[in-house]
Design a protein around this ligand. Structure first.
Ligand SMILES: Cc1cc2nc3c(=O)[nH]c(=O)nc-3n(C[C@H](O)[C@H](O)[C@H](O)COP(=O)(O)OP(=O)(O)OC[C@H]3O[C@@H](n4cnc5c(N)ncnc54)[C@H](O)[C@@H]3O)c2cc1C
Length: 261
């Protein structure tokens, strides 16, 4: 599998590619230091990582994510080891991990935005982080790239998908048009910072109405759909044409460490 030149391959696909394509990267394992934590809303905490441990980190588009590697319950941290195939050799059994979108990487600082949901492993851990703490991150392994040539884009997300939508709004060419539909549990979640763009409309809607709202939008043929959030909530969107969509169940109600589908 070709993992070389990911930046060039992602950029070429954005420019003139067809459909959705997985572009694999060389996968690294890094330990970075917490520079700061910032509450973006009462329900979302941004963890900014920095330090020499980030050397060589790379990320090219909004589908990129890292896996945070956590210690075992007895405190032992078992990290995967990079091999000569640009992959990681993972210890068995697998250590506990959780996936988070690369919200922003500027060459020295990496932002990861965590929904605070008061259960699980990652959410309380992110809230407890302090400046100088070490964070072990694997990846990104590469992501699903989609072109900048669609007549319109729809982002259908809950707060877990907001970092990906926000990154696309930051990075996509300004002439592209989009509807960003976000289902939220708490009114204050709409304070999450999103770039203001011409021809982009943001819809903050109550939890439980995402698919109905998206399917009622009047959009042109070949509109691209990026959907990420609670797995069952996205089910009605699955019939969207595969070549015009990335649909990812980022978590599943009642299930810890849901495997993305
Ligand atoms: C590619 C990818 C990118 C992702 N990017 C982000 C991101 O940028 N920011 C982000 O916050 N999440 C993101 N997620 C989702 C995140 O990985 C999951 O929400 C994960 O389950 C959180 O781990 P946890 O240890 O907090 O909870 P878990 O231990 O996994 O789950 C414990 C309980 O909490 C519930 N739960 C899990 N997540 C939530 C939630 N968000 N709201 C309410 N209940 C929940 C579960 O259903 C379960 O009952 C991403 C997932 C994937 C696959």
């Amino acid at each position: 599998m070709n993992r070389d030149n990911p930046r060039e391959r992602v950029e070429a696909h954005h420019r003139s590619g067809e459909g959705v394509t997985r572009i694999p990267y060389p996968i690294g394992m890094r330990t970075a230091a917490v520079a700061r934590t910032t509450y973006l809303t009462a329900h979302m905490v941004r963890v900014t990582l920095t330090g020499e441990g980030l050397a060589g980190f790379h990320s090219y588009h909004c589908d990129d994510h890292v896996k945070i590697v956590f210690p075992d319950p007895d405190g032992t941290l078992r990290l995967p080891v990079p091999n000569d195939r640009q992959l990681l050799d993972w210890p068995r059994p697998f250590p506990p991990t959780r996936s988070y979108t690369v919200r922003r990487y500027d060459g020295t600082h990496l932002d990861l935005d965590f929904v605070v949901h008061n259960s699980g492993l990652a959410s309380p851990w992110a809230e407890a982080l302090r400046k100088g703490d070490n964070v072990a991150i694997a990846g990104p392994p590469g992501g699903r790239a989609f072109p900048y040539t669609h007549p319109h884009y729809v982002f259908a997300v809950d707060p877990t998908g907001l970092p990906a939508a926000a990154r696309w709004l930051d990075e996509a060419p300004s002439h592209l048009t989009a509807d960003v539909v976000v289902e939220i549990d708490h009114p204050d979640e709409s304070a999450y910072p999103l770039a203001t763009r011409a021809n982009t409309k943001v819809h903050w809607i109550p939890r439980g109405t995402l698919a109905t709202h998206v399917l009622s939008l009047a959009v042109p043929p070949r509109t691209f759909l990026f959907a990420a959030g609670e797995a069952d909530a996205l089910r009605p969107l699955r019939p969207w044409p595969k070549s015009d969509s990335v649909i990812r169940g980022y978590w599943k109600r009642g299930e810890a460490d849901h495997e993305d589908h």
